[in-house]
Design a protein around this ligand. Structure first.
Ligand code: MG
Length: 157
């Protein structure tokens, strides 16, 4: 678990799950981005990692090999609702979510902590508005979770 207190809001976040979009967030052109695997292995000591994907590029299983995680390949068309429902089923109150696309907006909104990453593919404005924090890339987003005091500084009122 990662626990952080937000000064000025009298809020305590107790995060148990981390849900991540794959394409555009963890991966670029279907390939896991450099450094991401190692950081997720480290974070898996504190958070249960879930990787959600529509599997657009295929080969996701191979890319996430070695990362202790639940790989959730979402079938069907309404990816926005499916990702949102997945966060709800885990318990949105204890879940952080990271994504970049328009279809990540529901999970970013529902999650206790929603982090949007811009990266090479760019981010959907609706998803930016649904998030609590916006980061330039996935490495910075994962570093925020590794150093929760940085998050406290960003979110304090
Ligand atoms: Mg994406």
């Amino acid at each position: 678990m990662i626990k952080l207190t937000i000064p000025g809001k009298d809020e305590i976040l107790e995060l148990e799950h981390l849900v991540l979009d794959f394409n555009g967030t963890l991966a670029f052109n279907g390939k896991l981005k450099p450094g991401v695997g190692e950081m997720l292995v480290g974070l898996s000591r504190q958070l249960r990692i879930h990787i959600v994907t529509a599997g657009t590029f295929g080969g996701v299983e191979r890319e996430v090999q070695g990362i202790p995680c639940v790989l959730k390949v979402l079938e069907g068309t309404d990816q926005t609702a499916r990702k949102g429902r997945y966060v709800e089923e885990l318990g949105a109150e204890h879940t952080a979510a990271i994504g970049n696309g328009r279809n990540d907006r529901a999970m970013l909104k529902k999650a206790r902590l929603g982090i949007l990453v811009i990266q090479e593919e760019g981010a959907a404005v609706e998803s930016i508005l649904a998030a609590d924090v916006v980061c330039r890339d996935i490495n910075e987003a994962l570093q925020l979770l590794q150093h929760p005091l940085r998050l406290t500084a960003t979110l304090r009122t």
